[in-house]
Design a protein around this ligand. Structure first.
Ligand code: AKB
Length: 316
């Protein structure tokens, strides 16, 4: 049976690159992208639909028109924006997920992907090599919604047999599309500013270490999880995934090696610092390695070189 794939929330940082990867793999016409508004740079390669994940009617039309075998739900409000609009963040992140899970059951979708986040952890979680199973007391609405979402995904799997799969993404570094409204966004902004102005005012402190991953690894990992035979997957809430543990100072040191004049300064009292302080420094991803062969490729030096090489010609 040929796959028919629908991505909901395809205009964002991950959706943009996931769509390219899935279209390369399955063919442009087999991958439908959708978002609440048209993309800035329209992708003429394959079908696109305007869909609001909170509008059950338009979602229903999307499912009945394309009859997807796989659905990727990426529409969400991230940690920093979520603190500005907690009620909307909860509604989008939870009701959007419930709408998609219910329609996936109704239309007998074979596999559903939904992203969780390191934001599911909280101030009392062990910070170093945070295990898969541990204290989880998130205190942002984004983290709370992701933790609730994980429990819902597992419930739909256990109760209804829905094949739903998930990864707890760390901060993702990429150059094709910008992240929006997250606490880890500095790790992308820093490259843009380094190339544009040679200096960056960072909203996190120099030594705030957070788990990060290069987009290429994130996409490879997501596709590997979605290809894995169902019976090898022991975790139906969401898999821990580690790449690197990076602080702003570490990233700045790497940038200086390629752009010697680059300087970084730090802003005190940004509200995102309080969020970052409750998240892990590093993640133990033994289960993802064991169950579906997860193994990231990009080091901090690789990421820095690749980001600068690609952004150099694309920044204005
Ligand atoms: C955020 O910073 O909110 C996201 C995430 C780690 O989930 N990038």
């Amino acid at each position: 049976m040929e796959e028919q794939i629908v991505i909901i929330g395809s205009n964002g940082q991950i959706g943009t690159e996931l769509a390219i990867a899935l279209r390369t793999k399955f063919g442009a016409q087999r991958v439908v992208t959708s978002d609440i508004r048209a993309p800035h740079v329209p992708d003429t390669d394959g079908p696109f639909e305007i869909v609001d994940v909170l509008d059950r009617k338009s979602l229903h039309l999307l499912f009945s028109k394309y009859r997807p075998t796989q659905v990727y739900l990426l529409a969400a409000m991230l940690s920093a924006t979520g603190e500005k609009y907690p009620r909307q963040a909860w509604e989008l992140n939870i009701n959007g997920l419930l709408n998609v899970l219910d329609l996936s059951l109704e239309y007998e979708v074979k596999r559903v992907f939904w992203p969780s986040s390191i934001a599911v952890f909280g101030p009392n979680t062990p910070k170093i090599d945070t295990p898969q199973y541990t204290v989880m007391d998130p205190n942002t609405v984004y983290g709370i919604s992701k933790l609730a979402g994980e429990r819902i995904c597992e419930y739909y799997h256990n109760r209804y047999g829905l094949d739903v799969r998930s990864i707890r993404y760390p901060g993702i570094i990429s150059w094709k599309a910008a992240p929006g409204g997250g606490t880890t966004d500095y790790a992308v902004h820093i490259f843009h500013e380094a190339l544009k102005t040679g200096t960056y005012l960072c909203f996190l402190s120099a030594d705030t270490k957070l788990p990060m991953l290069y987009m290429d690894d994130a996409i490879d990992g997501t596709l590997a999880l979605m290809e894995a035979p169902a019976n090898t997957l022991k975790i139906r809430s969401s898999y821990n995934l580690a790449g690197l543990s990076i602080s702003p100072a570490m990233l700045a040191d790497e940038i200086v090696k390629i752009l010697p004049g680059f300087t970084i300064t730090y802003e005190a009292n940004d509200p995102r610092q309080a969020i970052a302080d409750t998240w892990p420094n590093s993640i133990d991803d033994a289960e993802a390695r064991r169950d579906w062969g997860w193994a990231p490729r990009f080091s901090i030096a690789d990421i820095t070189a690749d980001m600068i090489a690609n952004l150099k010609d694309n920044i204005h």
